[in-house]
Design a binder for this molecule. Structure first.
Ligand code: KIV
Length: 263
């Protein structure tokens, strides 16, 4: 059964924890979808993890559209969340709406955008048009130039600012909010204050859900990793070993064997 945004509200009400994972391609999306992952985020982290950029800032709408469409083709039941990249929603609510519509036409069921009160007009416009919007607060990677790097956000009195931002996003119509790299106590405070689900990444154990970048989860991303990453596999090792075994087989004449040949 396809997951809907109303399921998230029910899970929060029942205290059922859930997950979101990033996905960038159809094959991985299919595996995750069949494994029952309810939310697939085509994050602009595709810039670092697929395209080899230094940050998410260079990611374009055209790139987001290609990867969103691929993930949507691979998944049947998960909610596909398309990320609005840097520059695609900040100039005006009209821009935000046009670009959200392009992601939906490519296959997204919802869109995500970064920022608190400064993004409220965009959230209102998009959600009023019937497109579910996920917010993103805390360490929002598109703003790393103004943060002066990747630093924990919302410590001390800055926590009140983030809480006010979260309430403003909820009021504007967001159905969920990603909280990234904030103190665990603040993650708990915001989660308790909101009716909508919080999805944490480095925001402590009290969020309603947790999100992880798929290449981090699978051990593909090289060190150094942020503190919140837990690797559940070692794909770097697995891929390197498979490539070396293939080279050895070829060098020793074991591949192709008779069963791999056409006659
Ligand atoms: O782009 C992304 O992968 C994200 C997650 C870290 C939430 O925004």
């Amino acid at each position: 059964m396809p997951v809907t945004i109303h399921d998230l509200a029910a899970w929060k009400a029942r205290g059922e924890r859930f997950i979101m994972l990033t996905a960038y391609d159809a094959l991985t999306a299919r595996v995750l979808d069949e494994a029952g992952v309810p939310l697939l985020l085509v994050g602009d982290s595709l810039g670092n993890n697929v395209l080899g950029y230094d940050s998410t800032v260079p990611v374009t709408m055209e790139e987001s559209l290609v990867f969103t469409a691929a993930v949507a083709r691979g998944a049947k039941n998960a909610i596909i969340v398309g990320d609005l990249p840097f520059g695609s929603f900040q100039a005006s609510a009209g821009d935000a709406m046009r670009n959200a519509a392009r992601l939906v036409k490519a296959g997204a069921n919802a869109v995500k955008l970064e920022g608190g009160r400064r993004s409220v007009k965009a959230v209102r416009k998009i959600s009023a048009a019937g497109v579910p919007v996920m917010g993103h607060l805390g360490l929002t990677p598109q703003s790393f130039n103004s943060f002066g790097g990747f630093r924990v956000q919302g410590r001390g009195e800055r926590g009140d600012v983030l809480l006010a931002d979260a309430l403003a996003l909820q009021d504007a119509g967001c159905f969920a909010i990603v909280l990234e790299a904030i103190p665990a106590e603040l993650g708990e405070r915001i989660t308790e204050a909101l009716e909508i689900a919080t999805i944490g990444i480095g925001a402590g154990p009290h969020c309603d859900a947790q999100v992880m970048v798929i290449t981090d989860l699978l051990g593909l991303t090289p060190d150094p990793m942020p503190r919140f990453v837990k690797r559940y596999a070692d794909l770097r090792g697995t891929i390197a070993e498979a490539a070396q075994l293939f080279a050895k087989d070829v060098a020793e004449g074991h591949y192709p064997a008779p069963e791999h040949q056409y006659h």
